[in-house]
Structures are given as C-alpha cells and as structure tokens.
Design a protein around this ligand. Structure first.
Ligand code: PMP
Length: 428
C-alpha cells in the first residue's frame, strides 16, 4: 500500500493542527507511521486519499453499527439540512428521538441530548453530585469517560489513594475527588466506599469496558456494584457510550439485567453525527435546569441534523429483530478464525469478546483489568497493526482499543480478515 497523499496531507496538517489531528489517537502515536487520511466510506469499507480500500474495524470508534453512509441516516440528514441546520429552539424531532430512546432503554424516564460522550459523562457526574450533595466519585483504572477533568486520572499501583492528575491542567483539587478502583475487583470498591463513608456521589463504570481493549465484567461484578450503591446511597452510572444500542437494544442494563441510576450515551445514538446523551429516572433528571438546580446547557444540543441521524439510526436498530444476533454471530466467527490463525502460528494471545466488541491482546494471562491489559506485548501489537493495515484491514492504532463489528461486514470480509491474520501471524 502507498500512502503518499496521506503523508503529504499529514505534513500540511501538522503545521496548523497540533499533531496534525483533532483527537490524539488518530495520529498513530502508539504504533508509529503515517496516519491514513480518510476520503470516503461505504458499508464495511473506508477509502483513503491514496485510493486504498480498507475493511474497517474502527467504524468511527463505534457509531457505525450498521455500516458507513447508511442510507436512512444519510437521507434523513440531507432532508433535514434543507430545512435549516440549527435553531436554538425546541424541535419536534428531539421529542421523537427521546421517546424512542426511553422506550428502548430500561429504567429511564427522561433523556437529555448533548454533543459528545465527554459532555454526557461530565454532565452525569455533575447531576449525581448535585442530587446526592456529595463530591467524590469512583472510577475504574483503564475506563475512559471522555476528557473532562474529573476523569483524566490514572491509577497508581495501590488504587486506594486519592487520585493524582495524569494530564497537566487537571488540578489537584479536582483530582482528589476522583477515587480509583480496579476493574472487576469488588473488594477494592468496598474498601474505597468504606474509607469514604457518606462522601461518594457516584460510581461510574463502562459496564463492558472498551477502552483498555474489550474487557467484560466478571460474573456478579455489576450486581455487586448495584448492591454496594444501594447500601450506601451512591448513584451507579453506566457509561454506555460504546455499549449503548450496540450490545443490546437497551444496552448493558438489558444485557446483564442490572439497573443503573444514570446512563450515558454517545456514538451509535448519533448515527455518526456529534451526539451524546444522559438519562435517568424522573427523580434524578428533574434535578436538571430548568426544572432543578443543576445547570447544563448547549447551543447545538439537540441539533436537528444530529437528531435526524440519531433517530434514523435508532429506528433501524429498534425495528431489526435479527440485528443483535447477526452481529454476535459475525463476531464469534471472526473470534474463531483469529484464534485458529494465531494458535497455528504459536502466537501468544488472549481474545476478549462480547456481542459485537472484540479485542486481541498479545498477553498470556486472562485480561480482566488495566494491569493485565497493560501486560500485552506492544511490539507484537505494532507489527500486527501495520501488517493488517498493509493487507487492507483497518484496526484501531492502539492495543487499548476494541474492534467494532458492523452489520455491513459480509462473511467474505471476515474471511479476508482472517486470511490477513494468518499471513501476519507467520511474521510475529
Ligand atoms: N465514554 C466512553 C466509554 C467512550 O468510549 C468515549 C469515547 N471513546 C467517551 C466516553 C467520550 O466520548 P466522546 O469522544 O464522544 O467525547
């Protein structure tokens, strides 16, 4: 594959955009090399500026559950745009998508739309703090909830300490209110809660983690979190930005049968336009302005183009009774194919999969938390990534990301992907 035009575009971009990108992981910093510049995409494929075609497993980092340029979404956006692109006034379509979302997701009465997953999680935390009148939150090492200050806290080795900022610009004052726990370690959560009695507003979690590769919760973990939250009047926040409308129509709450108090959405809910949302039962949502004292707002929130895309997407997910099963079957097929290809070539690996999320960890032991994910061999991953790219398979340029399977993938695409893994496995 040649990336001449991408290289030239990257050079130009670097002069006027920090690192040449508007979101860091796109720069290929973790894997080296030149980021490919996308020109267009359709179905399961993305085409770059050099004319290369890739089978896409990033899918805009999750939104493209039904493939790129999904016609109902594209048509809806075009039609809406003709009527004006933003009003800053309420519109009928906002209620329409809200009604549909509330009907699909268990345990929520009201939903508010924002412009990104970051905004959704940031607002959910403020709402939880306002509602409980407490300051501290617990987050899990390796979980990502967007780039707002409270969440940019990394775990130290012993997680039972006050957080320390891991990005300059996050103040110590903010960091001290974020407590860190180990994913899938309920004893660790209990210790934190006991040590901070009456001070914790919320526990926020990716109920299936996707930001340290894919890591599903171990049996009983989410249930135990629910129990701890109930016993201590702590709100449980499920960050379903990745998992919402993807792992089940009602997200992980439905899949695992565990209720959250506040749920955050992004990605699929916007059909590829900038949308996030957070939702809860009336008692909590009525705390938000203008009904309640917790302030939250947005000039472009509920934007008509974004709502049109989201509504078309949710309708498609809602009405397709075979969708979740097809996604699961395709992902399972890929899992088996990759396992066989790597095993045949004695490549040490662990694959995590749930629904349409899957990740290949070049690690020996089970990957259940950030520590075990970090034990993966990054050199192997880099070789794997570039090998796959050269074979026309686009996976995320970091070992700490999940692959997103889309319904647009055919079994021929999956076979092509497995064949590529087989080729590359020989070189690892
Ligand atoms: N939460 C989760 C679980 C995410 O995966 C992401 C983004 N990958 C976010 C929040 C932040 O969303 P956004 O990038 O739209 O701000």
């Amino acid at each position: 594959m040649l990336y001449q035009r991408s290289s030239a575009l990257f050079k130009d971009a670097q002069a006027v955009i920090p690192g040449g990108v508007n979101s860091p992981v796109r720069a290929f910093s973790a894997v080296g090399g030149t980021p490919i510049f996308a020109k267009s995409a359709k179905g399961a494929y993305v085409y770059d500026e050099d004319g290369n075609r890739f089978i896409d497993y990033i899918n805009s980092w999750g939104p493209m559950l039904l493939g790129h340029a999904f016609p109902p979404v594209v048509d809806a956006v075009i039609e809406k745009a003709k009527q004006g692109t933003s009003f800053g006034m309420p519109t009928a379509i906002e209620t329409e998508i809200a009604e549909l979302a509330v009907s699909m997701v268990p345990n929520i009465d009201k939903i508010r739309f924002v412009n990104s997953g970051t905004e959704a999680c940031m607002s959910a935390i403020r709402l939880a703090r306002g509602f409980t009148k407490r300051d501290k939150i617990i987050k899990f090492a390796g979980c990502y909830h967007g780039h707002s200050d409270s969440f940019l806290i990394a775990a130290g080795s012993g997680a039972i300490t006050f957080g320390t900022p891991n990005s300059p610009g996050v103040t110590e004052g903010t960091a001290k209110d974020t407590l860190l726990a180990r994913y899938n370690d309920i004893a660790n959560v209990k210790e934190l809660v006991d040590a901070n009695k009456g001070a914790i507003a919320a526990i926020i979690i990716e109920p299936v983690a996707g930001n340290m590769g894919c890591i599903p919760p171990v049996d009983g973990f989410l249930e135990s979190l629910r129990t701890i939250c109930d016993a201590n009047d702590i709100l449980l926040i499920f960050d379903e930005v990745m998992t919402g409308f993807r792992l089940a129509k009602g997200g992980v709450q439905e899949l695992k049968g565990v209720d959250a108090d506040i749920v955050c959405f992004g990605k699929v809910v916007g059909g590829g336009l900038p949308v996030g949302a957070f939702a809860a039962r009336n008692e909590i949502m009525n705390y938000l302005a203008p009904l309640g004292p917790v302030y939250q707002a947005g000039t472009l929130s509920g934007n008509p183009l974004a709502m049109a895309a989201g509504l078309a997407m949710l309708k498609a997910v809602h009405t397709d009774s075979g969708l979740m099963n097809r996604l699961e079957e395709k992902t399972k097929y890929l899992h088996q194919g990759i396992t066989d290809a790597l095993a045949k070539n004695n490549v040490t690996h662990t694959i995590n999969r749930i629904g349409s999320m899957i990740s290949v960890h070049f690690a020996e032991e089970a990957v259940v938390d950030f520590e075990s994910a970090a034990k993966g061999n990054n050199d192997t991953f880099k070789k794997f990534f570039h090998g796959m790219l050269n074979e026309g398979i686009y996976i995320a340029p970091s070992a700490f990301e999940t692959w997103f399977i889309t319904d647009a993938l055919t079994y021929q695409d999956l076979n092509e992907t497995i064949a590529a893994v087989e080729q590359i496995a020989k070189t690892l």
